[in-house]
Design a protein around this ligand. Structure first.
Ligand SMILES: Nc1ncnc2c1ncn2[C@@H]1O[C@H](COP(=O)(O)OP(=O)(O)OP(=O)(O)O)[C@@H](O)[C@H]1O
Ligand SMILES: [Mg+2]
Length: 359
């Protein structure tokens, strides 16, 4: 991943007219390669918990790699959990609301994006973990976006998407950017998802949740294929164990989730996660519930204690982080191979030269 700030085309700094829209057809700007939306429009399944834990573990595991969290949920759970008072932060005007409100969409080159990312407050947090804090005002943002879209929906939806994509690219010094999404399909959630390179679904293993999964995947499939984020897998959160294994209803739910996900994968996703779409498993434990709410994060030290015949929280999140990194790397390989094959197909001369060069 390059650390250079990407060049931004000047035309993004003005409201789009028809000629600009036409230009967009040929406008292919890369995505920030480490952006991951943590999604599910079902509420209370652990999206914020997983974003928070993954953020800590990714940052802690590689101190030289910076990790950024985005709180785009008007409930501000992630910011609150990490010791921010959203009302106080709002006074600084350095929140996600101020960063993505419609008046910002035409100020791509003039915005100091880096100023919105601040270190996480808790004293045990790794120094390389930062956050763009949330704001309660985000609940009004969708209305503001809607008002803007009413005048010309296609034009402004494109402008929001490109603005968000460009904004995420501005954080290229961060190896990973984790976006904690709210349990809804707000315009901002849609734009973030479309602008992200990857997404991971967090779910609890109950039968009701299995019904929502195909709808969630269909929603992502509505994004044009060139811009669609790639699935890293699903995280099974809040597992109850019995005798070391999953309880029966949860095992059934897991089986159904696997089936519904496997049936909707595109060819690259099949190559990377087809055999096992589950990204990781997290037990339901008091120590995890405490971690989200506790300011001083003392519960982090209980993560190393295994409860009866189960892996410790530390082992579970380590696994989750390692799988996530491996899958990102596998996608990079699969895409590199596909790009090489496409280049050789478009330029057969190069192919024969390559073959001739071989011993
Ligand atoms: N593995 C777990 N063990 C125990 N408690 C958990 C676990 N995962 C989540 N919780 C608790 O469940 C509640 C909901 O979790 P969380 O806020 O992460 O869900 P969410 O999907 O982000 O919710 P929302 O949709 O409202 O944003 C929180 O109180 C959290 O502490
Ligand atoms: Mg949440």
């Amino acid at each position: 991943m390059s650390n250079e700030r990407p060049q931004c085309p000047k035309f993004l700094d003005s409201p789009f007219d028809k000629a600009t829209l036409a230009k967009l057809e040929n406008f292919v700007q890369p995505k920030h390669s480490g952006t991951i939306c943590v999604v599910n429009y079902k509420g209370g399944v652990g999206k914020t918990t997983v974003t928070c834990l993954l953020g800590y573990y990714l940052a802690h595991g590689s101190p030289s790699e910076k990790v950024l969290l985005f709180d785009i949920d008007p409930q501000c759970s992630l910011s609150l959990a990490l010791g921010f008072d959203p009302d106080e932060v709002s006074k600084t005007e350095l929140t996600i609301y101020n960063l993505v409100k419609p008046s910002k969409w035409t100020k791509v080159t003039k915005t100091n994006f880096g100023g919105y990312a601040v270190p996480v407050k808790d004293q045990f947090a790794p120094k390389n973990l930062h956050i763009v804090p949330g704001s309660f005002d985000v609940d009004h943002l969708d209305f503001e976006i809607m008002q803007t879209l009413v005048s010309d929906e296609k034009r402004y939806q494109e402008q929001l998407f490109l603005y968000v994509k460009q904004m995420l690219m501005a954080f290229s010094e961060y190896k990973y950017v984790l976006i904690d999404c709210p349990p809804n399909k707000m315009f901002l959630t849609q734009a973030m998802l479309r602008a992200s390179n990857f997404y991971a679904v967090v779910t609890i293993p109950d039968i009701i949740s299995t019904y929502g999964m195909p709808r969630l995947l269909r929603w992502v499939k509505e994004i044009p294929s060139a811009e669609r984020p790639k699935l890293l897998g699903y995280v099974l959160n809040a597992l109850n164990r019995s005798g070391g294994g999953m309880v029966n209803s949860q095992a059934t739910a897991d089986f159904r989730l696997q089936q519904s996900i496997q049936s909707g994968l595109d060819s690259n996703e099949k190559k990377v996660i087809g055999a096992n779409p589950c990204l990781g498993r997290i037990p339901r434990l008091d120590v995890i519930a405490k971690f989200l709410g506790e300011r001083d994060k003392y519960s982090r030290f209980d993560f190393f204690n295994p409860t009866s015949r189960q892996p410790s929280v530390d082992e579970c999140i380590d696994d989750l982080r390692n799988n996530l990194k491996q899958r990102i790397q596998k996608y990079e390989w699969v895409e590199a191979v596909a790009a090489t094959i496409a280049a050789q197909r478009d330029n057969p001369k190069q192919r024969s030269q390559t073959y001739n060069a071989q011993p």
